[in-house]
Design a protein around this ligand. Structure first.
Ligand SMILES: Cc1ncc(COP(=O)(O)O)c(C=O)c1O
Length: 461
């Protein structure tokens, strides 16, 4: 049994619980002062199941950049997803988990030579490109690569548009690049796009899939007769109050219309979808200050409270600046019938840019009171820094006992990843050697499919 580091262990939760009750337990132990995350593996498993149920043709290749927490990657690898890596380090990280190179797409259209050499040596073959320069580099460093042309097709509105940086024009540029690739004797196998992260338009996927079809046909005319991959990129919603039902309907319909042939493999690179809702952050109010300000265009003065918490925009809340997230703070303690008063929430650093929420209303909070922030798993942790001496929050991973019985042996998860009982803050013993009752016997068809993924799907139905 592989034994993993103490802080990487996943606590098996018995009885009724949710992320907030776990936070409460940790806080009430009196030993926690720093901010921390609760990571619920069950949320990732449920989302994987939902994805497979709504878009059975589309294989998720998780975008590592969104959150590279090892336990999240290990969980996704156990479920059988592939991975979208943008760099040498990301490739190394997922390969260290035992992920095979065929399950990796090197989806950075502007790659560094050293990273390309590493990818080639590591056996990673599928790569994206969107320019002549990249084709020349691929010829030099990865001549055996399976190329995927990245086109630009932007959602009408997105939290983080990506088309301004990557993606060639599907009409003006792509045909020329396909011809050049053929002249260079490079093999183009597919088309990819990214409509923008946090896309707020679903019809854009239909437009992009239509472009992909046209480029498959054009590619065949210039010699790329083996085109067989459509990569839908990311852009899928991830917060608790969102759903992929509508976007899945658009995608399924467009695939049926333009790519009815099952020989075409369809993948996507969801990041936010898997990571956002699985992580809940807890941070504590360590200082506060009353300020009086005049209301705009009036002589009326308003008192407002500035709350200072121990995580800020240089830590988890970098997402406010870089990912344009609007975070919502909820007091951990109940405040029955107390008035909601004007306030702002600030991070711990000595920088005035370090503002988490500029203007909101909360019940009066005491110093030492904890705040909970949901949906904090996407584009938070990998960017956070300990600037000014404030530590990046640690992750406390949890899983429901029933689900543990199902996933604990889905490699690369092992029994050594889990622990049962004990307090969340202190040392915890390893999972008991005698396994709890398994909910369902795995049904593994002879040599077909991905057994592990199927196992989880069956068990969750
Ligand atoms: C190439 C690529 N694929 C996938 C993603 C993940 O996107 P999302 O988190 O919107 O699913 C990104 C995000 O920037 C990206 O650059």
């Amino acid at each position: 049994m592989k034994v993993v580091e103490e802080e990487q262990r996943i606590r098996v939760m018995e009885g009724p619980w949710d992320a907030v009750s776990v936070i409460r337990e940790i806080v009430e132990s009196g030993q926690q002062e720093d901010p921390f995350y609760v990571f619920d593996l069950g949320e990732v498993v449920a989302r994987y199941h939902k994805w497979k149920a709504t878009m059975p043709r589309v294989e998720p290749f998780y975008a590592v950049k969104c959150n590279d927490d090892k336990l999240l990657l290990t969980t996704l690898a156990a479920l059988g997803t592939g991975f979208d890596c943008a760099s040498r380090a990301e490739i190394e990280t997922v390969q260290q988990l035992g992920v095979r190179p065929e399950r990796i797409i090197f989806a950075n259209p502007a790659k560094m030579a050293s990273h390309m050499r590493h990818a080639a040596a590591a056996g990673v073959r599928t790569v994206t490109f969107d320019s002549e320069t990249e084709l020349m580099k691929l010829k030099q460093y990865m001549p055996e690569a399976k190329l995927v042309i990245r086109i630009r097709c932007d959602a009408a509105e997105a939290q983080c548009p990506l088309g301004i940086k990557f993606g060639c024009d599907p009409v003006a540029d792509a045909p020329r690049l396909l011809k050049l690739a053929a002249v260079l004797q490079l093999e183009v196998v597919g088309v990819s796009f990214h409509v923008g992260s946090g896309a707020r338009e679903t019809a854009v996927y239909a437009r992009a899939i239509h472009f992909a079809r046209a480029l498959f046909d054009m590619g065949a005319c210039v010699g790329h007769v083996g085109m067989r991959l459509v990569d839908l990129g990311g852009g899928f919603p991830g917060n608790h109050d969102t759903s992929i039902d509508e976007v899945a309907e658009v995608i399924n319909e467009a695939l049926e219309l333009h790519f009815p042939e099952r020989s075409v493999q369809v993948i996507a690179e969801p990041g936010r979808y898997f990571a956002a809702a699985a992580y809940t952050l807890a941070a504590v109010v360590h200082s506060k200050r009353e300020v009086v300000s005049k209301l705009e265009d009036s002589d009326v003065a308003e008192t407002s409270t500035m709350y200072y918490i121990n995580d800020g925009v240089y830590g988890s809340f970098n997402c406010v600046l870089y990912d344009h997230q609007h975070v919502v703070a909820e007091p951990l303690r109940e405040h029955d019938d107390e008035p909601l008063l004007p306030c702002s929430i600030w991070g711990p650093s000595c920088d005035s840019l370090d503002c988490v929420i500029t203007d909101t209303r909360m019940p009066p909070l005491a110093v030492g009171e904890w705040l909970v922030f949901r949906d904090m798993g996407a584009y938070t942790l990998p960017v956070a820094s300990p600037f000014n001496g404030f530590p990046v929050p640690r992750v406390r991973a949890v899983i429901d006992h029933g689900l543990w019985g199902i996933v604990k042996e889905l490699w690369p998860l092992t029994e050594g990843h889990f622990m049962i009982g004990g307090r969340m803050t202190g040392p915890q013993r390893e999972a008991s050697p005698s396994p709890p009752p398994v909910l369902l016997e795995p049904h593994i068809p002879n040599g077909q499919q991905n057994h592990r993924a199927l196992f989880v799907e069956c068990a969750l139905k």
